[in-house]
Design a protein. Structure first.
Length: 202
């Protein structure tokens, strides 16, 4: 498939970071559409922190494994604006290249909602920590095993357990329940379907 038909940014570079090919989507998105000839180095695409990650982390991984996926970097638009992207890259020998060099193909997928989602998750976590009680999600599978997809940090002082401990074994928290609270737990379970999730605040 021609690079210009790919609905994401694609840039092909040498191991030294020299730009060999770039698609129109990336050029337009980053403000280089009218002056593509000036884009000669991959460093021109990234902000300073991501330049460092590209050369000191991504490139060594590519040399070891030949492929990297899921790395988050930040592009620097020509007007100075930062653009969050997810990166997938592969490193292959290219016999068609004039110098028979190894080339790195980098696909860049914009992640415009990243910062907003991170803020929402952080706000939700802070809100959960301020609730005067324990917030958790309890799941029971078809075999009758219980697990906690989520439990707030209040489990530490209410039950003397860490969130990590009860995520792996919900029975640990059940064992710490006071006798007078156990009937309520059984009642909540009885009114729910076996495969459902219980969202509780206690």
């Amino acid at each position: 498939m021609p690079l210009d038909r790919v609905p994401a940014g694609v840039v092909v570079v040498t191991d030294r970071g020299e730009v060999v090919q770039v698609n129109r989507w990336l050029l337009r998105s980053m403000g280089w559409a009218d002056d593509a000839g000036c884009l000669v180095s991959v460093d021109q695409l990234f902000n300073p922190a991501s330049r460092l990650l590209f050369h000191s982390y991504l490139m060594p991984l590519l040399q070891l494994h030949g492929e990297v996926a899921g790395l988050s970097l930040v592009l620097r638009h020509r007007d100075g604006e930062d653009v969050d992207v997810l990166v997938r890259a592969s490193r292959t020998h290219s016999p068609d290249h004039p110098d028979h060099e190894t080339l790195v193909h980098v696909a860049l997928f914009p992640w415009k909602e990243r910062r907003r989602l991170e803020q929402q998750l952080l706000s939700a976590k802070r809100a959960a920590e301020q609730v005067p009680g324990l917030i958790f999600e309890l799941r029971r599978d078809s075999a009758g095993r219980y697990s906690f997809p989520y439990v707030s940090d209040a489990v530490r002082h209410l039950h003397g357990l860490t969130p990590h401990q009860v995520l792996g074994d919900a029975t640990l928290m059940f064992q710490t329940l006071a006798p007078e609270h156990r009937p309520r737990m059984r009642s909540e379970e009885h009114t729910s379907e076996l495969q459902s999730r219980l969202h509780l605040v206690c």
